[in-house]
Ligand binder design. Structure first.
Ligand code: TXA
Ligand code: MG
Length: 344
């Protein structure tokens, strides 16, 4: 965890998602203009925003989150035409994607425009850009009159925030203001698509699925496939982790899960279970059972909040049943795998 002091007064300002109050937006924009930090809702998760063109402000994001300096930020814009202000050498497919998916949960990685400081891009010559589908986020970018750099508004390594309370829990005293627009609609982050490779590569699955992208792009690679091919150990950073240890059972039907659940239950006082199975035996452990949300959309929307809630209940281990990787299920499984310390 970072050593950043928690001595600021963090103001929470309620805003109406469909019709954001101009005074609230102006207050938040004023904080950003002074180089301060504002958390705000997007359709995916809450972002921790700073003026993307102000290197000092951007550096504070890294300090406050405890984020490694080489992990680049996404630059949020308020219009399709603004893409030209932050990226250059934009290839033809980018415009087709922007036409189809913006505003929305698709982030494009493109060559960096020199206006965007390297602090924002983690030292890279590329920049990640997206236009969020949230009236609050768009109003804030327009009020500032400049693009906003924003990672998810959680402490590094923790589950992403899908409500203002989650942001407050992690960043209270470290940031100036939180715009509270209620729970977010999608619940997992945007899809990060690298257009500087041929074919384009999905670096992070998210709100837009490969099935939706293929008709426009044709060939498409998933980063996981590349990593597997290189036998790379996978991710560089810890991610999305609740305090509880997460045990993910991907092939529930194939794994002898009953004895495993009993064995795990015997080793803890409080156990969480997210899945479909009924009538499991948890021995003497206090069991907190969350019924697996029925469709991947619903699962994506609730996943991070479930993690935080199980933490609050003092659960020591969470056992999770895997989901089918179609549609948003791909993004959900990606987050579950990274959250897990054991995958079976
Ligand atoms: O939905 C979202 O994308 C949310 C909301 C707030 O917009 N933002 C978000 O940001 O999830 P963050 O920082 O938590 O994740 C950004 C991801 C990281 O995996 C980062 O490495 C990658 O995007 N990224 C950013 N710039 C990149 C670049 N130039 N090249 C490759 N990957 C990049
Ligand atoms: Mg994040």
């Amino acid at each position: 965890m970072s050593e950043e002091p928690r001595d600021l007064h963090t103001e929470i300002v309620p805003v109406t998602p469909e019709a954001p109050e101009p005074e609230a937006i102006e207050r938040a924009a004023a904080v950003l203009r002074r180089g301060g930090l504002v958390a705000f809702p997007t359709e995916t998760v809450y972002g921790l925003g700073a003026d993307a063109l102000n290197p000092q402000a951007v550096l504070r994001i890294f300090a406050v989150k405890g984020r490694p300096a080489d992990n680049p930020l996404i630059v949020h814009v308020a219009g399709k035409e603004q893409l030209c202000e932050v990226a250059r050498a934009i290839p033809e497919p980018a415009w087709a994607l922007v036409e189809r998916f913006w505003p929305g949960p698709l982030t494009l990685v493109l060559p960096r425009h020199e206006r965007v400081p390297q602090e924002t891009t983690g030292g890279l010559e590329t920049v990640a850009v997206r236009m969020p589908d949230s009236a609050i986020a768009l109003a804030l970018i327009r009020a500032l009159g400049r693009p906003i750099a924003a990672p998810s508004a959680n402490l590094s390594g923790r589950p992403s925030p899908t409500a203002a309370e989650h942001v407050y829990e992690d960043l209270c005293g470290r940031i100036e203001l939180i715009l509270d627009g209620g729970p977010t609609r999608i619940g997992v982050e945007s899809t990060v698509l690298d257009l500087t490779t041929s074919p384009p590569t999905i670096l992070r699955p998210g709100g837009v699925s490969p099935e939706q992208l293929r008709p426009i792009l044709g060939e498409l690679r998933l980063r996981a496939e590349i990593l597997e091919a290189r036998r790379s150990p996978g991710t560089r950073y810890r991610h999305y982790r609740p305090r509880a240890e997460v045990v993910l059972i991907e092939r529930w039907e194939e794994v002898k899960h009953r004895p495993l659940v009993e064995q795990l239950a015997a080793s803890v006082h409080r156990l969480g279970y997210i899945g479909r199975e009924r009538g499991l035996s948890f021995g003497n452990a206090e069991a907190h059972v969350v019924e697996l949300p029925p469709d991947p959309q619903e699962y994506a929307r609730r996943l991070f909040a479930i993690f935080r809630e199980l933490d609050q209940r003092g659960v020591e281990v969470i056992i999770i049943e895997g989901v089918v990787e179609t549609d948003l299920g791909l993004a959900v499984m990606d987050r579950l795998r990274r959250a897990a310390s054991r995958v079976l």
